[in-house]
Design a binder for this molecule. Structure first.
Ligand code: PSV
Ligand code: MN
Length: 425
């Protein structure tokens, strides 16, 4: 199913008057605070978040998976689904492929289908956390960190192949997330594992095209439960620094121990110009992969507040943005639309923070005032502003309601059936 401008217009009609009233009221309020509405809208429109190719189907847990119906079973269908999201919210103009789950068969066809729905290709992700059917050796005890050189070489070669695939699609970054670690004390040598990982990454880095980045993702635990080789931002940062200027740290919001101050990590990385990518999700306990903003919206706002300040005050290049959530209960496309909205909302809230007065509060140690400024921005309902930015880009005033009114899922089920299954986790 392709969403057209007529579809958007027809579903926007019933919401136009209410939206205009809400937006005008908010705009007046923001202008009184000295904010430039046009510039806010432009910034919101420019924020585009990639959709991972593995997030378009229903996710599962170790205990089960309940299919949602109408899932995309081919890469072309996945691209069509990202096209649906983008047509509705004009906020997700790229897809991030996970290899080997989504290796294109016919590159010209894939590029053409993506262009038809105005979708490009963001970072490509390697996968050495699973064995593939025809794989000569196993990653059971690690990949880039493995003690066995032949296994390390297999994993290095896989990453090089992912780069070659990405090059054909116009991607500009390789994301490496390593499951490598141990589940029991004594299982492996921490030092040897880190050294092996560094050497393996060096080999992959040598293969990186001039205008590419390598994004190194970290995670404290899972699938192994005693140690993970790249367990935290410090380890990722250390490796990125050793590798060179094209290597960066990637922050996945779910990859922290409870109560970690993620916004502070970001600020440190931006100061060093090493924040390369962001995976959005939300969590209560661990790497829960829940809808962005569904559990800790204030934290999300604080994260964006650091990003906005970092964009102004550091030379850190713009990071690669991606949703990295799992949709187990909700319709995956609705879930992605909700995540995108939460991201834009947090960004909008951060954009209206009175940075000048905040700096003054910091200079004069006025702690109460600093809190007032942040809370004031966070508690302003900016949904009409986000909706207006999407509307002006040609999207739906309410992407999720338009999705329902257009009966997109029903349509997909009719075409693909109730039993189709997307590749991924
Ligand atoms: C690992 O938990 C992760 O966040 C990495 O980004 C993977 O590539 C992705 O999830 C999908 O498994
Ligand atoms: Mn991730």
């Amino acid at each position: 199913m392709k969403i057209t401008a007529d579809h958007i217009q027809s579903t926007n009609k019933s919401r136009e008057i209410t939206h205009a009233r809400e937006f005008n009221f908010l705009a007046e309020n923001l202008e009184k605070r000295g904010l430039n509405i046009e510039s806010l809208i432009q910034k919101l429109q420019a924020l585009q978040i990639a959709v991972p190719s593995w997030a378009l189907g229903t996710g599962g847990t170790r205990f089960g998976r309940f299919s949602g119906g109408g899932e995309p079973s081919t890469l072309i269908q996945k691209i069509q689904d990202v096209g649906i999201i983008h047509a509705l919210n004009r906020s997700s103009d790229s897809v991030s492929l996970h290899i080997p789950w989504d290796i294109p068969k016919d590159y010209d066809e894939i590029l053409q289908k993506a262009a038809e729905v105005e979708i490009g290709f963001d970072a490509v992700n390697s996968n050495t956390f699973q064995d593939q059917a025809d794989q000569a050796r196993s990653y059971k005890f690690g990949s880039l960190a493995n003690n066995d050189k032949a296994i390390r070489e297999l994993a290095i070669e896989h990453n090089k192949e992912v780069i070659r695939i990405g090059e054909k699609l116009g991607s500009k970054a390789l994301t490496v997330w390593l499951a490598d670690g141990s589940s029991f004390p004594g299982q492996h040598s921490f030092r040897k594992a880190l050294q092996n990982t560094h050497e393996s990454l060096q080999e992959i880095y040598r293969e990186l095209p001039e205008d590419w980045k390598m994004l190194i993702e970290y995670k404290p635990y899972e699938p192994y439960f005693y140690s993970t080789v790249i367990q935290d931002w410090g380890t990722s940062f250390l490796l990125a620094n050793k590798l060179g200027e094209k290597a960066y740290t990637l922050v996945d919001l779910g990859h922290h121990l409870p109560n970690t101050n993620i916004e502070q990590i970001e600020a440190t990385l931006m100061t060093e110009g090493k924040l390369g990518g962001f995976h959005f999700n939300d969590s209560k306990y661990g790497d829960d992969d829940l809808t962005v903003g569904s559990i800790k919206p204030y934290q999300l706002f604080l994260i964006f507040n650091e990003l906005v300040a970092g964009f102004e005050e550091t030379a850190n290049p713009s990071p690669a943005w991606m949703i990295d959530a799992s949709h187990n209960l909700k319709d995956s496309l609705e879930d992605l639309l909700q995540s995108m909205e939460a991201i834009k909302l947090a960004y909008a809230q951060a954009l209206i923070v009175d940075q000048k007065t905040l700096h003054e509060s910091q200079t004069f140690q006025d702690v109460a005032q600093a809190q007032e400024i942040l809370q004031d921005a966070f508690r302003t309902d900016l949904r009409p502003l986000v909706r207006e930015s999407i509307r002006q880009s040609g999207g739906a005033i309410s992407p999720i309601l338009s999705y329902r009114e257009l009966k997109v899922r029903e349509n997909l089920i009719q075409k693909r059936g109730t039993k189709s299954k997307a590749s991924g986790l």
